[in-house]
Each structure stands twice: as C-alpha cells, then as structure tokens.
Design a protein around this ligand. Structure first.
Ligand SMILES: CC(C)(COP(=O)(O)OP(=O)(O)OC[C@H]1O[C@@H](n2cnc3c(N)ncnc32)[C@H](O)[C@@H]1OP(=O)(O)O)[C@@H](O)C(=O)NCCC(=O)NCCS
Length: 164
C-alpha cells in the first residue's frame, strides 16, 4: 500500500532546485539505472536545470515534507509529436515496494491522457528487472527495440510503450 501521506506534486517554474536535488540524489544513489551520470549532471548550471524543467512535465512524490520519488515526461525527436518519453523514474530506497513508483506512473498517465497525449514511451536497462516489472504492471509493453549502451556495449536498454 502507498502510505496515505504520499502525495504527487507537479513541479512548476519555481521548482528548479527540487528537480535538481531529487535528480542528483537519484543519480548518486543508483548510478547503473540511468544513462546520465551524477558527475555530468552535477555540473549543470541553474539555467541548464531551468531548461530541463521547461522541457517536460515533472512529478515528485512527497511524504511529510520529504521528496521520495521522481518521474518526468518529455517530447523527443524519435517519437510522434503527440507522444511523450518517460524518464528520471526513481523512488527513495527506504520507500520502495510501497507502490510509489506505480502511483507516479498512474498519475503521469492520467495527466498526459487529459492533455491528449497518445502514447508514453521509455527506455529501461534490460538488467533492471524491478523497473521492467513496474512498467509491465503499469501496462507498458516491450516494443522489440533493444540497443547497447554507448558507455558500456555489454549492457543493453529496451524500449517500452504504453498506449494512453
Ligand atoms: C524501479 C523503482 C522505480 C520501483 O519503484 P517502487 O515504488 O518500489 O515500485 P512499486 O512499489 O510501485 O512496484 C510495482 C511493481 O514492480 C515490481 N517491483 C518493484 N520493485 C521490485 C523489487 N525490488 N523486487 C521485485 N519486484 C519489484 C513488483 O511487481 C511491484 O508490484 P508488487 O509490489 O505488487 O509485487 C525503484 O526500485 C527505483 O527507484 N529503482 C532505482 C531507479 C530505477 O531503476 N529507475 C528506473 C529507470 S528506467
């Protein structure tokens, strides 16, 4: 069960520091789950983070004032204009398996659907079974696209899609 105190907030233009802090916490804590690294993104300026915030829709899970999860959706060149990519998915390690990740996804999906978005895409490492199960449980399906990581070709990411 998700704790009753867990709420999902949509970040606004003034929430640059929240996006930066939660994202850097995720990268520091879980370096193998993401393509970007802490060392890269810790160098971003205030303007870089403000640009990132404007680029998409960002949800933060909050509990008693603590930020315990993050998820974003952005437009990208390799998907249709009316679709979005999900990225930055992370739940604080002390709060996993409480369906906070699922709550972030269902909240994002409802919001995107209301905005007329057709499909939500994502890439996930194929050596990340917890994330794969989370996405399958939220209705995502493998597309068959699979590619090696540029930084480590022995690892692969797979693409999934959820029709809205
Ligand atoms: C993947 C992650 C976001 C899951 O968040 P979460 O809040 O723990 O996920 P949920 O509680 O909503 O789990 C939903 C389902 O996913 C599966 N799952 C998630 N974590 C699991 C685990 N540790 N072991 C087994 N199954 C797991 C289960 O099927 C679970 O449903 P169930 O608990 O009813 O069996 C979290 O583990 C995380 O932040 N991992 C590190 C960052 C990461 O990998 N991000 C994804 C990048 S693509």
């Amino acid at each position: 069960m998700t704790g009753e105190a867990t709420t999902i907030a949509v970040l606004g233009v003034d929430d640059v520091a929240t996006l930066r802090d939660v994202r850097l916490a995720a990268l520091r804590q879980e370096p193998l789950a993401f393509l970007s690294t802490f060392d890269e993104q810790v160098l971003w300026s205030q303007d870089d983070w403000a640009r990132e915030l404007r680029r998409g829709t960002w949800l933060v899970a909050t509990d008693h004032g603590d930020d315990v999860g993050l998820l974003g959706a952005t437009s990208e060149d390799d998907i249709p204009r009316e679709d979005r990519y999900a990225s930055y998915m992370w739940v604080h390690p002390h709060r996993r398996r409480e369906r906070i990740g699922t709550l972030l996804l269902t909240t994002l999906i409802a919001r995107l659907r209301a905005d007329g978005v057709s499909s939500l895409w994502l890439w996930v490492m194929d050596d990340n079974p917890n994330a794969l199960r989370l996405y399958e449980g939220a209705g995502f399906r493998l597309t068959g696209d699979r590619q090696p990581l540029a930084a480590d070709p022995s690892r692969h990411e797979v693409r999934m899609v959820r029709r809205l």
